[in-house]
Design a protein around this ligand. Structure first.
Ligand SMILES: CC(C)(COP(=O)(O)OP(=O)(O)OC[C@H]1O[C@@H](n2cnc3c(N)ncnc32)[C@H](O)[C@@H]1OP(=O)(O)O)[C@@H](O)C(=O)NCCC(=O)NCCS
Length: 164
């Protein structure tokens, strides 16, 4: 298996990030949450924010020059108040918005490596913690987080509303 490397994304990674973000959105859509059509604007926004603001980052993992993984994170004032910090310094925490590895490249440590780089990025900018959200259906992703030392600290509950 060829080695992988992790680096900061460039604007030219746009198409690859979009492809990966779409696959994540499709997974969520299949489980009744999320909207695959929103993946494109979201990926574009995340990349643009990372280029413009030091408080945001997008990372990609590459194998043989192919982008096969993507993670994005931003500094926030606190896990409970998702306020974007435009300048670093006041942030206490970071939030992972996106983590996805291309099917076929999973299970070889790329996801864990992307999370490690996110944590290093956040620590270097004064964050004391990093958080993320994972859907209940996604037991395999949750297993990875638990294995990597992430703790379940709170729960988001959702009530699906019928029409009228
Ligand atoms: C979750 C995800 C990012 C992990 O990436 P990865 O590169 O496979 O992660 P690692 O190789 O570092 O760790 C593998 C672990 O991830 C979990 N995992 C989740 N889905 C997996 C898959 N399809 N294949 C292999 N491992 C998977 C397993 O717990 C595995 O643990 P193990 O090695 O002890 O069996 C990746 O599976 C993925 O992109 N899944 C679809 C999108 C998603 O769910 N994103 C997270 C949203 S919160």
């Amino acid at each position: 298996m060829p080695e992988f490397s992790v680096r900061t994304a460039r604007l030219t990674d746009h198409a690859a990030c979009l492809r990966l973000a779409r696959s994540l959105a499709e997974l969520h859509e299949r489980h009744g949450s999320g909207n695959a059509a929103a993946a494109e604007p979201m990926a574009r926004q995340l990349l643009r924010a990372a280029v413009l603001h030091r408080s945001c980052t997008v990372l990609v993992a590459e194998v043989d020059g192919r982008v096969v993984g993507c993670a994005s994170a931003r500094l926030v004032l606190s896990p409970l108040r998702r306020i974007l910090v435009q300048v670093s310094g006041g942030a206490r925490a970071a939030h992972v918005d996106l983590l996805v590895v291309e099917d076929g490249y999973r299970g070889r440590g790329i996801g864990a490596a992307l999370l490690d780089v996110v944590c290093r990025w956040a620590r270097d900018r004064g964050a004391h913690s990093v958080d993320l959200q994972v859907h209940e259906f996604n037991r395999s992703a949750a297993a990875l987080y638990e294995r990597e030392g992430w703790l379940d600290t709170r729960r988001t509950m959702t009530r699906t509303l019928g029409r009228g």
